[in-house]
Design a protein around this ligand. Structure first.
Ligand SMILES: *Cc1c(COP(=O)(O)O)cnc(C)c1O
Length: 401
């Protein structure tokens, strides 16, 4: 299978590209040039590899979940990104972006954060590499995600409260962009997923693809088989999914599944199934499938997993959907919470609610494909979610505080 995207302008088919004001166009060109200079440079790659190994704790293990396998009838494997330093896959691209910013002579990393996961991973990378860090966060999210706000502050980052509009993620992105425009020379906007203008979807994918490369080799060592039959990951912006999927895209015998959040169900409007129900549009400097109203304004979206509720999605996923290489499906809140408890109780692993969407889908798939292997990207751990889960769902599972 021939697969070679994006093109030199950052387009994956009709998606991606760079839809930004003229001042940012030049900055993005400069970042692209610098990234292409270092991307295959052995000194840079060694430095990053050294951090992956001794700082993040890579390679993350591949775990054969034998209890689940026995219960559901397929051979289930978990790629343990939950065991990384800071508890999720985001540190993989934050370190890459921080090193690039440092090499470009930038003074400060800036970014938006919703639930605070990207903010914490970036504040961590900034502390390590020795850069200042400003994280833009809506006031509503600041109140909701208190532990992550404290973590960022302890790590030395400045959390900038965003007071406009709904005071959540979209406004935080808007304000971070405004701040970025004021000083794109000293600041570096470190985007938190495979989204945003070119080169970010490409760059974040490259940094995350360490996940898939490791998983592929580990699977073969562990099973003696060349390839898993099925691989599964949850999709918010789509970075953990692209990380796992990239080395498998050309392997046509591997079925690939991306899982979006159906929230309270499509009919309620409270969901973020962008690839299933969206239409092509432009958001935050790039073209993708988008949940939007008649004027092209992004629709309000919802999921029990704050890391998944984004109205857009990575341009490469949009392209992979159109060419039919990846199957995209949805899992609702209830199914995700069930899987959160199932993995906790059957394997002793508490997953992030985001990752629980991938687990829920894989357990359904297992019943349809008995005996086959299913490799799931367990993108993060659930420590951040325990209070929320107990307060909102504890009684359904017989637990109270
Ligand atoms: C942020 C986050 C996600 C969603 O982001 P992607 O870019 O789609 O990977 C998924 N899982 C965890 C644990 C996260 O923190």
């Amino acid at each position: 299978m021939d697969y070679n995207v994006p093109n030199e302008n950052g387009f994956f088919g009709e998606y991606g590209g760079r839809f930004v004001p003229p001042q940012l166009e030049d900055v993005m060109k400069e970042i692209t040039e610098e990234y292409f200079k270092i991307k295959d440079n052995s000194d840079f790659l060694e430095e990053l590899q050294d951090l992956y190994e001794h700082y993040v704790g890579r390679p993350s293990p591949l775990f054969h979940a034998k209890n689940l396998s026995k219960k559901y009838g397929a051979e289930i494997y978990l790629k343990r990104e939950d065991l990384n330093h800071t508890g999720a896959h985001k540190i993989n691209h934050c370190l890459g972006e921080a090193l690039l910013a440092k090499k470009m002579g930038k003074k400060k990393l800036i970014a938006e954060t919703g639930a605070g996961q990207h903010g914490v991973a970036l504040a961590t990378a900034a502390a390590l590499v020795g850069l200042e860090c400003d994280i833009y966060m809506g006031e509503v999210d600041i109140a909701k995600e208190h532990p992550n706000v404290i973590r960022m502050k302890i790590l030395g980052a400045t959390v900038v409260p965003v007071k406009s509009g709904l005071k959540t993620l979209k406004e935080a992105v808007d304000e971070a962009f405004i701040a970025y425009l004021q000083d794109p020379v000293n600041q570096f906007y470190a985007i938190g997923s495979v989204v945003g203008p070119h080169p970010f979807p490409l760059m974040v994918r490259d940094f995350q693809s360490v996940v898939g490369k490791e998983a592929k080799a580990q699977f073969t060592t562990m099973t003696g088989k060349a390839l898993p039959d099925n691989i599964v990951a949850c999709v918010g912006g789509g970075s953990n999914a692209m990380g796992l999927f990239t080395p498998f895209i050309k392997e046509k015998n591997v079925n690939i599944y991306g899982v979006e959040p159906a929230g309270r169900g499509f009919k309620t409007g409270d969901h973020a199934c962008t690839l299933t129900y969206g239409t092509p549009g432009v958001i935050h400097g790039f073209k993708c499938y988008l949940l939007q109203d008649e004027e092209g304004e992004p629709s309000p979206v919802y999921s029990v997993a704050s890391g998944l509720d984004y109205p857009g999605v990575g341009p490469e996923h949009s392209y992979l959907k159109d060419i039919g290489r990846i199957n995209y499906d949805c899992i609702n809140d209830k199914e995700a919470i069930d899987a959160f408890f199932e993995l906790s109780r059957v394997e002793g692993i508490i997953p992030a609610i985001e990752s629980a969407h991938a687990v829920a889908f894989a357990l359904k798939l297992a019943k349809q494909r008995p005996g086959e292997s299913i490799l799931i990207n367990l993108s993060g751990r659930g420590d951040k979610d325990i209070d929320f889960v107990i307060d909102n769902y504890g009684k359904d599972y017989g637990i109270s505080r």
